[in-house]
Design a protein around this ligand. Structure first.
Ligand code: GLP
Length: 240
């Protein structure tokens, strides 16, 4: 595991963005695993800036997002599809048909999960960006006695709904279910890029990276992967 602690957000964002830019410049048809939440926004801003300066083109690239809320349409501002369009897709030249998210409006979540897994199987992810939930979740893989390998629908924990309530008008509007890539699918990516910011995540960063490998901290399973890059700000790394 390679770990870098950054003094400024600017440096962290630039470093993370550069990993994606270098990959796509070396391998134009790269498959990018993308994430949402507040953590990646600065990274996407840097990628967009580089694209605008003609430093990178995504015209042959493909992307898969980790997760989506169930029952929230892509047009809805709270959907992860909307987030991705707003922060990245509408600013770069990746063809719309190459940008994949699980469909949270699918009538049958089992079918949708199988469809997503088949696409991931056909186009393995080169680099998967990951944020970290306060309870150690990655994507929406919540702590549990067992974890799912493949894409699946999941009931969100109260603490996850509370953490994400800031994006909604009220707690009642926060979806109860999401569809997420499984931990098994995440671990199939060639390289994992875990990015964590903030003092409120210092404890869970320590548990995930140095504690026992356990399904009660889903991110601890990252310790089993051969190529993990961890980028932290000073606050998130202060307990290591
Ligand atoms: C959500 C997402 C996760 C993300 C997490 C942390 O639950 N499903 O993929 O990592 O939030 O988000 P933030 O970066 O806003 O703290």
């Amino acid at each position: 595991m390679e770990m870098i602690v950054f003094q400024t957000q600017e440096e962290l964002d630039t470093y993370a963005a550069q990993l994606f830019i270098n990959l796509v410049n070396e391998k134009p048809n790269a498959v990018l695993g993308l994430a949402t939440g507040s953590t990646p926004i600065g990274i996407y801003d840097k990628i967009v800036e580089s694209h605008k300066n003609d430093k990178v083109s995504f015209k042959d690239a493909t992307s898969f997002n980790l997760d989506e809320y169930v029952g929230i349409a892509p047009e809805n501002e709270q959907s992860y599809a909307h987030y991705m369009n707003k922060h990245l897709f509408s600013h770069i030249d990746m063809p719309a048909q190459n940008a994949h998210l699980p469909n949270g409006m699918a009538a049958d979540m089992h079918e949708e999960s199988a469809r997503y897994d088949a696409m991931l199987e056909a186009q393995p992810v080169d680099i998967q960006l990951l944020g970290l939930g306060h309870n150690g979740h990655i994507g929406f893989n919540e702590p549990d006695v067992h974890l799912s390998g493949g894409t699946h629908a999941v009931k969100l924990k109260a603490e996850t709904r509370e953490a994400n309530a800031r994006f909604f008008a009220s707690m009642d509007e926060v979806p109860e279910y999401a569809i997420t890539m499984g931990v098994g699918s995440i671990l199939k990516a060639n390289t994992l890029l875990l990015v964590v910011r903030g003092a409120d995540k210092a404890q869970i960063v320590k548990e995930a990276l140095t504690g026992p490998i356990t399904t009660s901290v889903p991110a601890s399973l990252l310790q089993t992967h051969a190529r993990v890059i961890v980028l932290l700000d000073r606050e998130a790394g202060r307990m290591l």
